[in-house]
Design a binder for this molecule. Structure first.
Ligand SMILES: [Ca+2]
Ligand SMILES: [Ca+2]
Ligand SMILES: [Ca+2]
Ligand SMILES: [Ca+2]
Length: 461
């Protein structure tokens, strides 16, 4: 199903030293883009009155990779669950996508809001309508040479003044074009989609889109995740391939067993509001569309938030990082859940793993931050004044013996990369979205089991 709708171009009000934008050469030190979201898991009433655009941040890299608070520059976003960077329009400047998930409007949550493209090297912002978007993937989906943007949409307003929502909005594919205005999009039915990936799973030369679905929209987290098979000419097969999942929270695609066929990893978050200790799934690919429950492996995870892949131990089988933010302990320690690295294996034996000591781990990225030749793992840790953490890889052991932390505030995701040429353009506020103050610590109340229950009950009402 193809829908057409024109996103609006948003003029921007420029603050700060914009004029230095776009000319500086990269200094080879990795930047970290941190999304900040105090999240929908917060006590609702305490935040209703305070309609702020929570800031996200660019932490500027330096030779020490310390990422102090003094190195960061804020930019507007709205309870942003994630971000990504890519040179969308091939002008040599990295562009940044802030995925805006939810804001407050008339004392209610509102999920129908724009996500932003910040264009590197310029002061322009493009606003793209999204519906409680919680993930984004950038790829040339239709292979026409122009980069497209896929958003996983989780939630939409049905009657926002009354606080009524639907948990099964369509997800969007915004099509790139020579002008990169993203004025046309495809809509794909999804069920509380929270993760998305693009890959040609069946090897027919047409890229497919995989959505991790979290909730069936009525009463169960046992929803199937979807594979939309590319059918050419910006269309997809009407009936998606089905991947059973348990509160699907994210998806990753790669060759885990080294047989050259793409495997699909679904990160399962929870089965019910009180049960977060669910294994995640690895669906083994065979080069056809036959991804089935009969050909999958399970690995132990708990309250999983994101999944990423890299070959840390250099054995040509991709390894899997799951960030896990909570468990079932229901006490003060429930956010102390550890995260995991599972090592791919050519015999599909997924028993070898490394545990990562994390607290309330949300989004992650895998990137050779210090240029050592080994990819590191950076994990956003969620909480008031909760630092985020880098697990440094200094060799191919997959052990990550060295860690460092840096100051963050309710961090929900981190993307690592080099965007020096873009830094000067930060500091603008999208017109009509209001000024964006620092997040107020006064309105923050930590997540509680009761709140999670409330939200689930709210969903079902
Ligand atoms: Ca394209
Ligand atoms: Ca395909
Ligand atoms: Ca494989
Ligand atoms: Ca490996």
């Amino acid at each position: 199903m193809i829908g057409m709708r024109a996103p609006k171009m948003v003029p921007v009000m420029i603050a700060g030293a914009l004029l230095c934008a776009g000319s500086a050469a990269s200094d080879s030190y990795t930047e970290l883009i941190v999304s900040t979201s105090i999240g929908t898991g917060i006590v609702l009433e305490q935040t209703y009155h305070d309609d702020v655009g929570i800031e996200s941040y660019v932490y500027t890299g330096d030779p020490y990779y310390a990422y102090p608070a003094s190195s960061r520059t804020g930019f507007p976003s709205w309870r942003s669950y994630t971000n990504t960077m890519a040179d969308l329009n091939n002008d040599g400047n990295m562009d940044l996508i802030a995925v805006n998930t939810v804001r407050q409007l008339n004392n209610r949550w509102s999920y129908n809001l724009n996500s932003y493209i910040y264009w590197g090297g310029s002061s322009n912002v493009t606003a793209l309508p999204t519906l409680g978007a919680t993930d984004v993937t950038v790829a040339d989906v239709d292979s026409d040479g122009y980069t497209d943007i896929v958003f996983a949409n989780s939630t939409k307003d049905v009657n926002q003044p009354l606080g009524q929502y639907a948990w099964n909005p369509n997800s969007y594919v915004y099509w790139g074009s020579p002008s990169y205005t993203y004025q046309t999009k495809a809509e794909l039915p999804t069920l509380n989609a929270r993760g998305c990936e693009v890959a040609d799973l069946d090897g027919d030369g047409r890229k497919d889109i995989i959505f991790a679905n979290g909730y069936d929209g009525w009463d169960s987290n046992f929803a199937n995740s979807y594979i939309y098979w590319g059918a050419g000419n910006k269309t997809f097969a009407a009936q998606p391939g089905l991947l059973p999942s348990i509160g699907g929270r994210d998806v990753a695609v790669g060759d885990i067993d080294g047989d050259t066929y793409l495997d699909v990893v679904i990160a399962n978050e929870s089965s019910y509001w009180y049960d977060w200790e669910e294994n995640s799934y690895i669906y083994w690919g065979d080069g056809t569309r036959g991804y089935t429950a009969a050909a999958r492996a399970e690995v132990k995870t708990t309250g999983t938030w994101e999944v990423g892949l890299s070959d840390f131990d250099d054995d040509s089988c991709l390894d899997i990082v799951f960030s896990c933010y909570r468990d079932n302990s229901g006490e003060a320690t429930y956010l102390n859940a550890n995260s995991f690295v599972y090592f791919g294996d050519d015999l599909r034996d997924m028993s070898r793993f490394t545990e990562l000591d994390t607290t309330a781990a949300k989004g992650l990225d895998i990137y050779d931050i210090d240029g050592s030749g080994y990819e590191d793992i950076v994990i956003a840790q969620w909480g008031e004044n909760q630092p985020s953490i880098i697990f440094w890889a200094d060799d191919a052991s997959g052990q990550f013996a060295r860690t460092s932390t840096f100051e963050t505030f309710f961090a929900s995701d981190i993307t690592a990369g080099e965007i020096d040429t873009w830094i000067g353009a930060i500091g603008f506020v999208a017109e009509g979205e209001g000024e964006v103050p620092e997040p107020s610590t006064a309105i923050i109340v930590l997540l509680s089991t009761l709140v999670v229950w409330s939200i689930r009950a709210f969903r079902k009402s």
